[in-house]
Design a protein around this ligand. Sequence first.
Ligand code: NAI
Ligand code: MG
Length: 357
Amino acid sequence: QTKQVYSIASIPADGIGPEVVEAAIVVLKAIAKKRGTFQLEFTNFDWSSDRYKKTGSYVPKGHLDTLRQFDAILFGAVGAPDVPDHISLWGLRLAICQPLQQYANVRRTRVLPGTNSPLANCKPGQLDWVIVRENSEGEYAGHGGRSHTGYDHEVATEISIFTRTGVRRIARFAFQLAQSRPRRKLTYVTKSNAQRNGMVMWDEVINEVAQDFPDVELDHMLVDAMTVRMVLHPESLDTIVATNLHADILSDLAAALAGSIGIAPTANLDPSRKNPSMFEPIHGSAFDITGKGIANPVATFWTASEMLEWLGEKEAADQLMAAVEAVCVDGVKTRDLGGSANTKEVTDAVVAKIMQC
Ligand code: NAI
Ligand code: MG
């Protein structure tokens, strides 16, 4: 019997990125060893703000062809105190996601057992969402410009691009995901009262696609009202789909409501599987805690579990999350979750659980 071998490109990048990616690789190797049916081969890339400061570029020439040789990409975080954030984000993360057509950004949120939501009455099970973020166009299409820079009459535009094809494919993806979950419930979020072009097209396309999914219960929220519903009635939501900007904001809120940005995972998927997909924690490079060894690695463990599932290793993915949850229940948690453990202690505890179960 030959073992399945998956090749993974790891791009830890900046800040706490290297700390949490290193921890995730330890945990991933443990799960592969425990199961014995597949193998993971990691190739590390030093694409980062340090590289940018030395060479003027985050990535070398041909970076997309390089990445296309891998089955998946494990990403840390990008952003440095001495590089403007729009340079770092466009230089690395968006330079991968957008050309590789990773158009579905999937963000799961749950209150993990053994942890607490800041919402007084929200217990594990009452907040269990998956947010689907359009990841290739919309408000982050990079369309626009600045003229008369620095003068009083300076003008700047930031134009949202919504295409029927782009909205249709993310809608279809979101309906399929909603259909695969027990509650079969999809909430779509727009702002079609104030924004009367692109957002109205979103509403129309979603409702067209809905015809193909009669078993999915669909409802609509305006994005401002959605923030209220997420806080006051978290149990009323299941799968959520929204634009690039709206879902970016809502998913940070979701992570905080579930207990910490330090647990929240992201999958940047190319559902056509023509390109490798990229997996990363939601959080950024967290300068305030970089180098202290206290970053919560759970977001990257959950991210790693999402990666295993995408690669077809669902049992390993579930086993990894079960180990993470068991460690939370044991109280081995970092400070952001109210514990006192450091990154290594959480990592060691998860590895030990994997080896036990
Ligand atoms: P951030 O997510 O880096 O940090 C926000 C707060 O959450 C900080 O107090 C931080 O210590 C805490 N935090 C984040 N991750 C944590 C973890 N794993 N464990 C414990 N605490 C954690 O967001 P911020 O401060 O807005 O951005 C810092 C830099 O990261 C900026 O350069 C920004 O552009 C970049 N960034 C990059 C992202 C990416 O690579 N996808 C996403 C978000 C921000
Ligand atoms: Mg964000």
